[in-house]
Design a protein around this ligand. Structure first.
Ligand code: AMP
Length: 188
């Protein structure tokens, strides 16, 4: 099997996690959700979790060096680079590090899928998720801050991938199945 690397991007609450799981299964990709891996580390009380927790609770990005180490160790030992990244990269420095890592592994980026959902819908979804999952970073102030961090640090990456010719913008509203079908239509 050839290498395949897909990025799933979009603001918090855009439905990245839900779509990532479906897409990874359908295309036989390893799902790497940096937020999930960090939360597992926090729950398990690892050194990474201890260092990441205060940033996560504040809605800030965890430092880039911790993230690239984590991504590297997740990719180490894979026979084939078939990966779906969810919530990574989050800023231009991480995008540059990822490019370097993929070059080392002789793998190309297949597509950067950006899920687009308007701000009102996002706030509605995140408030609902806070009630259902009790994530400690889903309170109103932190949600607002995460949206700001997304706009300032992550959204500029869409231009970066547009210039590289890999960006695929997808309407993230409607049912999970509808969004999934739209994503599939955009992929080779
Ligand atoms: P997420 O589940 O993707 O919304 O991530 C939850 C939190 O984990 C974020 O608010 C950040 O604090 C942290 N996080 C997840 N992925 C990254 C990343 N690629 N770079 C830096 N911080 C991250």
């Amino acid at each position: 099997m050839a290498s395949e690397v897909i990025l799933l991007m979009g603001p918090p609450g855009a439905g990245k996690g839900t779509q990532a799981a479906r897409l990874a299964e359908a295309r036989n990709l390893k799902q790497l959700s940096t937020g999930d891996i960090l939360r597992e580390n926090v729950a398990g009380g690892t050194e990474l979790g201890t260092r990441a927790k205060s940033f996560m609770d504040a809605g800030e990005l965890v430092p880039d060096d911790l993230i690239i180490d984590m991504v590297r160790s997740e990719l180490a030992g894979l026979d084939e680079v078939r990966v779906l990244f969810d919530g990574y990269p989050r800023n231009p420095a991480q995008a540059g590090q990822l490019d370097g890592l993929l070059a080392e592994l002789d793998a190309d980026l297949t597509a950067a899928v950006a899920l687009e959902v308007d701000q009102d819908e996002i706030v509605r979804r995140l408030v609902q998720r806070a009630g259902e999952q009790g994530r400690s970073d889903d309170n109103e102030d932190t949600v607002r801050h995460r949206l700001q961090v997304y706009a300032e640090q992550t959204e500029p990456l869409l231009d970066y991938y547009a210039e590289a010719g890999t960006l695929r913008r997808v309407d993230g509203t409607g049912s999970v199945a509808d969004v999934e079908a739209r994503i599939r239509r955009e992929l080779p």
